[in-house]
Design a binder for this molecule. Structure first.
Ligand SMILES: [Fe+2]
Length: 483
């Protein structure tokens, strides 16, 4: 079996936190029957994931490591290339890493991308000699129910990839995938795995389910034949005739509850620093009542395709909390976790500073945007508190270490502590970027301003630098400059 969309390289993007987890992902894939894996780390993503520039070296080292453990498993260089609106006008300048150096390029867009932008990317890359694979098309709300648009993309040369997890009834995209399958619009399935916990590797279960529901030939085309042809750079197998079913419904919801699935590793998070006055507070309006509607309608007016807004049931009524949050009420696993929301509210009550997000006022009705942003901020605050505690303990250890009289012993101890701090930072990066990535996707999906995500990212980098400088100053004081 082939998996051509995976985030498995250690130290690159928001995939596994370390080599150990990366190897666990490889092992899980191997046990699942997968023997060919494309390492599609994010490339050009606006979040600027760590390790992007080190991809080649990390890939080579990891390939050797994998070969040592599993001689019959092949991994291939690749990327999930992010294409923004801005990049569309200068496609020749963006970095491309095709799958196994073939003509196939896996591409992702902003979650609120429009059809014509996708189509333009397909055309532009075609001119450059590439064939576009649109990653997890089911997640782009502007096109996922517009079957004529999808057919047009395919006619223009795009290949449609869906994520295996979205075939599950537990996925909020399961109905979208089902409608796409009914119309024979899906070319291939991949895992898009990121870790061993909530986005784990594995295709067998989905392969078996697809075989049962749509037939063995269809499953083999999407899981075996087409991925193999992509790895080899060959043209894909022809899809069966498009049978076209009735238009399906699509619902989406806030992902605040998703935060609960993210491991609670201590990390630096800029959000809390806002409450300490170190960082500026994002420009999020505290809207109430009708202002909510006005703000959203303005955002919708800003886009060219108003029918998208209608499709998404966004109108002058605005996105009232109940309407928006209950959209998937029939989906057990997708119900909103009220505790998360109320936890965010409670936090606001406890801290006057957080009131700047509108969380502390009992009289202000929060908009969906504020609830969504606040959920993430609240989560990040908790992680930050844990991180500060961790840092404090290392700081104490460092101070003790530099008091050791024996020079060799002292240097060894300091080296050990700094090594461990490096691991803490790597884990921190991993968790922060995972969270920011989810946050950006959620905001984009709702057409909200994503500037706050970039602000959090920038401040995260500043805070890391600040912490690093603190340790450096401490060591310099003792005449040790080996940082
Ligand atoms: Fe991906």
């Amino acid at each position: 079996m082939f998996d051509i969309h995976c985030h498995m390289l250690p130290g690159v993007d928001d995939g596994p936190a370390d080599t150990e987890e990366a190897l666990e992902m490889i092992e899980a894939s191997y046990i699942d029957g997968i023997r060919h894996i494309a390492m599609t780390s994010h490339l050009n993503h606006p979040l600027g994931f760590p390790g992007e520039d080190d991809y080649d070296g990390i890939f080579c080292d990891f390939k050797k490591l994998v070969k040592g453990h599993y001689p019959d498993l092949e991994i291939y260089p690749a990327a999930e290339v992010y294409i923004s609106r801005k990049m569309l006008s200068e496609m020749d300048k963006i970095d491309i890493r095709s799958i196994n150096n073939t003509k196939y390029v896996l591409v992702e867009f902003s979650r609120n991308v429009r059809f014509h932008e996708m189509d333009m990317a397909v055309h532009e890359l075609k001119i450059m000699g590439y064939k576009v694979i649109i990653a997890h098309l089911e997640q782009y709300h502007s096109v996922r129910e517009k079957y004529d648009d999808i057919r047009q993309l395919k006619a223009d040369g795009a290949v449609i990839q869906c994520n295996a997890e979205n075939f599950s009834k537990d996925s909020r995209y399961s109905r979208v995938v089902e409608e796409l399958m009914k119309r024979n619009l899906v070319d291939l399935v991949a895992s898009d795995c990121h870790n061993t916990v909530d986005r784990a590797p594995g295709l067998r279960k989905t392969f078996d389910a697809v075989s049962r529901k749509y037939g063995r030939m269809t499953a083999e085309r999407m899981f075996l034949e087409n991925p193999e042809r992509i790895i080899k750079g060959e043209d894909l197998a022809a899809n069966p005739v498009d049978t076209t079913g009735k238009k399906g419904g699509m619902a989406y919801r806030s992902l605040i509850m998703k935060l609960a699935a993210v491991a609670a590793v201590g990390i630096v998070v800029a959000a809390l620093l806002m409450s300490k006055g170190i960082l500026p507070v994002p420009d999020i309006e505290v809207a109430a009542g009708d202002e909510d509607s006005v703000k959203y309608v303005e955002a919708v007016d800003d886009v060219e395709e108003k029918d998208v807004a209608e499709t998404e049931k966004v109108n002058d009524e605005g996105m009232k909390d109940t309407e928006y949050l209950d959209t998937n009420a029939d989906d057990n696993n997708n119900s909103i976790d009220d505790n998360n929301v109320s936890g965010y509210e409670n936090r606001g009550d406890e801290s006057a500073d957080v009131d700047e997000y509108g969380t502390g006022s009992e009289t202000v009705e929060k908009s969906d945007e504020e609830i969504l942003v606040g959920g993430y901020v609240s989560y990040l605050e908790d992680l930050e508190a844990e991180y500060m505690e961790t840092c404090e303990s290392y700081y104490t250890m460092l101070k003790a270490a530099i008091d050791i009289e024996d020079e060799a012993e002292r240097d060894a101890e300091i080296d050990d502590i700094l090594d461990e701090l490096g691991r803490v930072e790597t884990r921190s990066d991993n968790q922060v970027y995972k969270t920011l990535y989810d946050m950006q996707n959620d905001l984009e999906e709702c057409e909200y301003d994503v500037a706050v995500v970039r602000e959090l990212r920038e401040h995260y980098l500043d805070v890391k630098m600040e912490v690093s400088e603190e340790y450096k100053a401490q060591l310099e004081e003792y005449g040790n400059l080996n940082l």
